[in-house]
Design a binder for this molecule. Structure first.
Ligand code: F6R
Length: 368
């Protein structure tokens, strides 16, 4: 079943272009989003005034990206909560609250219980799910299926990029309904999204270099990940992958938070992955992240930068630059996460670990 691949994880990482393409397929027609999946829920979307996204682990990082996209495009306030925290925070839910759950398996007990709580409290519910007919999908008012195909490796990879694609489709759909974007803007964003599969193919080609890097770094005791704005959830995901696969202490930070404490962790030789925003970023975050790189470099950090190809400003300060193709700001995470997935997998492999079945973990967490 693994085909020629050394692991399911390697196979599933390589399937990410299709996972995104299949999730978009049939849902973009003449430069607009069509989501018949929404059924009766569609009629209520005009009145939604607040969205709460609930998910766990990797799916929650997809949720964070969904927040940036939905707020930017549809101007609806979105909050992201871990499913297992949600119910205990006495959340404010009204009939105009939409609760969006994200789950690859559709069986995660924490998320299922949160969905049931939301229904009970009178919210409308939408799920983003990869498993046909899963419990969470059945409980929700509507489901947008991700079409990543079955994910066997415990660590989520292709489901993550498919979740982002589905959330972005939904964000653009809301923008259409609420007319917060012009049709041409929706069309432009959909063009960006449709270009992701081919760009992912390009990123996958950098994997040999990352394998070498992971081999050299296999005795690392701790690895830090920095990112800003949409690069922040990518940093969190890179750290989670490394923890769960290679059993290395890893932490993701918002780069702006460094000076508020974490910079004390930097000592000579400390490896730090930095997800660098594009130099074309409309928020001008690029210069700020480059200056973060200089600060930690001056303290001896070993910098591994994931940066847009041709980003000359990073080169003088990074020990290694992993290039990603040009993409609009919100779309970069779909590309930047891939080298981090490969890094974690290769480092675990170099340590002789089973990447498909990390210790202590199960694919679907059906207990609370
Ligand atoms: C990490 C990972 C987990 C899952 C989380 C939610 O690689 O796979 O963090 O993302 O347990 O699982 P689902 O999406 O099935 O609800």
């Amino acid at each position: 079943e693994k085909g020629g691949w050394s692991s399911f994880m390697a196979k599933e990482i390589s399937e990410q272009p299709e996972a995104v393409a299949n999730t978009l397929r049939t849902r973009i027609v003449d430069g607009a989003v069509v989501l018949p999946d929404l059924g009766d829920l569609a009629a209520h979307l005009g009145e939604v005034d607040r969205i709460i996204i609930i998910a766990c682990g990797t799916a929650s990082y997809a949720g964070m990206l969904g927040k940036y996209a939905i707020e930017k495009w549809a101007r609806i306030p979105v909050e992201v909560q871990l499913s297992h925290e949600f119910r205990y925070s006495d959340p404010i839910i009204t009939p105009t609250t939409l609760v969006v759950s994200i789950s690859q398996s559709g069986e995660t007990m924490d998320t299922l219980m949160a969905v049931k709580y939301a229904i009970e409290a009178g919210a409308k519910t939408l799920s983003i799910c990869n498993t046909q007919g899963a419990t969470i999908a059945r409980e929700s008012d509507a489901v947008i299926y991700t079409h990543a195909g079955p994910e066997v490796a415990v660590a989520s990879t292709k489901a993550f990029v498919a979740q982002i694609a589905a959330l972005y489709l939904f964000g653009l759909y809301l923008a259409q309904v609420r007319e917060t974007l012009m049709p041409a803007e929706v069309r432009g964003a959909l063009k960006e999204l449709s270009a992701i599969p081919a760009k992912l193919e390009k990123v996958l080609k950098t994997s040999t270099r990352i394998r070498d890097l992971a081999k050299w770094m296999s005795d690392s005791r701790a690895v830090l990940f920095l990112g800003r704005h949409v690069g922040y959830p990518v940093a969190l995901e890179g750290a989670l992958k490394l923890k769960e696969l290679a059993y290395i202490h890893a932490e993701g930070f918002a780069a702006g938070e460094l000076k508020h404490g974490p910079i004390a962790l930097i000592e000579p030789g400390q490896p730090v992955f930095v997800v660098v925003p594009s130099p074309r970023d409309p928020n001008s975050l690029h210069a700020k992240v480059v200056s973060n790189i200089q600060e930690i470099r001056a303290r001896g950090a070993r910098i591994l930068a994931v940066a847009e190809q041709g980003d000359a400003a990073v080169l003088p300060f990074a020990d290694e630059v992993i290039p990603i193709p040009l993409a609009g700001a919100l779309f970069e995470p779909l590309l930047a996460v891939v080298p981090l997935q490969i890094f974690a997998m290769e480092l675990a492999t170099a340590k002789g670990l089973d990447v498909d079945q990390p210790r202590n973990l199960a694919k679907s967490v059906t207990v609370e």
